[in-house]
Design a protein around this ligand. Structure first.
Ligand code: ATP
Ligand code: TYD
Length: 240
C-alpha cells in the first residue's frame, strides 16, 4: 500500500489518501495546540507517544466489541485506518468534574458524577465548537436518531472499557473526547484516543498525566507523555 496525496491537515494530524481502496493513513505529528489554537508548540516525539497509545486503545476496544477505524501501524507515527465519512461531533464523556464544565457551571473540580455524563460539541472551529443538545443535533441533521443512540451507547462502552484498563495501571480516567464516522450504515470510532484527548490523573499523587501538563505548564510534558505511554501500553508485569 502506498501513501498518496494529503487529504486533510489538522492541528495535530495529517490524513493521506492511499493506493488501497477505503484506507487512509493518519500521521500523528509533533504539533501540540491548546486554547483553540492560541497556544502552539512542536514537541519532539509527541506524535509517536499519542499514536502508540491510540493504537493500543483501538486494538483493545476492537477485541472488546467496539468497531474502530484502526487497521495497523506503518511506523511509530503513521496509522492505517478505514476511510470514514466523519460526523462533526466531539463526543465528550466525563466521570469527574474538570476543565470546561468546571469553568462554565458551579461544579467543584474533582467532584465525581453519579453517572458518566455525555456532552456533545459541534466540531466547527469558526464557531468555537459550541455545545449541542439532542434536539439541535437532530435539527442540524448531523445524525439520525438511531445513530445518535448508537454513538452514545458506544461512548459509554468506551468509557467503561478504558476506565477499567487505566484503573488497573493506577490512573483515573477523568474525561475524554472521541469522534465517530460512518461507512455505509455502520458507525465506527475514528480519530484518536490519546493524552491530547483525555484527562488522566495519577491515582496516588493526583497529578495530571495528559495535555493539562502542557495547557497549564505543570511540568515536563514529553517526560510525562513518555512515562504514561509506557505505563498504559507496557504494564509493569510486561516491562523488561
Ligand atoms: P481537532 O483537533 O479539533 O480534532 P483537527 O481537524 O485540527 O481538529 P486533527 O486531529 O489534527 O484535528 O486532524 C485529523 C482529522 O482527521 C480530523 O478532522 C478527523 O475528524 C479526521 N479523521 C480522523 N479519523 C478519520 C477517518 N477514519 N476517516 C476520515 N477522516 C478522519
Ligand atoms: P473540556 O474540559 O471540555 O475542555 P478543556 O480541556 O479545553 O478545558 O475537555 C474535556 C475532555 O475532552 C478533555 O479530556 C479534553 C478533550 N477534548 C479534546 O480532546 N478536544 C476538544 O476539542 C475538546 C473540547 C475536548
Amino acid at each position: 500500500m502506498k501513501q498518496k496525496d494529503l487529504l486533510y491537515k489538522g492541528k495535530a494530524k495529517s490524513v493521506f489518501n492511499t493506493s488501497a481502496k477505503g484506507k487512509l493513513i493518519v500521521e500523528f505529528r509533533d504539533d501540540i495546540t491548546a486554547f483553540d489554537g492560541g497556544k502552539k508548540d512542536v514537541l519532539k516525539n509527541k506524535g509517536k507517544y499519542n499514536a502508540e497509545v491510540s493504537a493500543f486503545f483501538f486494538d483493545y476496544l476492537e477485541r472488546n466489541g467496539v468497531k474502530t477505524h484502526f487497521f495497523t501501524m506503518l511506523d511509530p507515527h503513521r496509522m492505517v485506518v478505514r476511510k470514514l465519512e466523519m460526523i462533526p461531533l466531539e463526543v465528550i464523556v466525563r466521570n469527574i468534574a474538570a476543565g470546561s464544565i468546571v469553568r462554565n457551571y458551579p461544579l467543584k473540580e474533582g467532584t465525581p458524577f453519579a453517572h458518566p455524563l455525555i456532552v456533545i460539541d459541534y466540531k466547527d472551529d469558526a464557531r468555537h465548537d459550541p455545545m449541542l443538545n439532542d434536539e439541535i443535533i437532530l435539527a442540524l441533521k448531523l445524525v439520525t436518531p438511531t445513530e445518535l443512540k448508537k454513538i452514545k451507547e458506544m461512548a459509554l462502552k468506551v468509557n467503561r472499557l478504558l476506565s477499567m484498563l487505566l484503573a488497573a495501571q493506577g490512573i483515573t480516567l477523568v474525561d475524554f473526547k472521541i469522534e465517530f464516522g460512518r461507512q455505509g450504515r455502520t458507525i465506527y470510532l475514528g480519530d484518536e484516543i490519546s493524552m491530547d484527548s483525555m484527562r488522566l490523573w495519577d491515582k496516588k499523587t493526583g497529578g495530571s498525566l495528559d495535555k493539562d501538563v502542557y495547557r497549564f505548564e505543570k511540568g515536563d510534558v514529553m517526560a510525562i507523555y513518555h512515562k504514561v505511554a509506557e505505563r498504559i501500553t507496557k504494564p509493569m508485569n510486561k516491562r523488561r
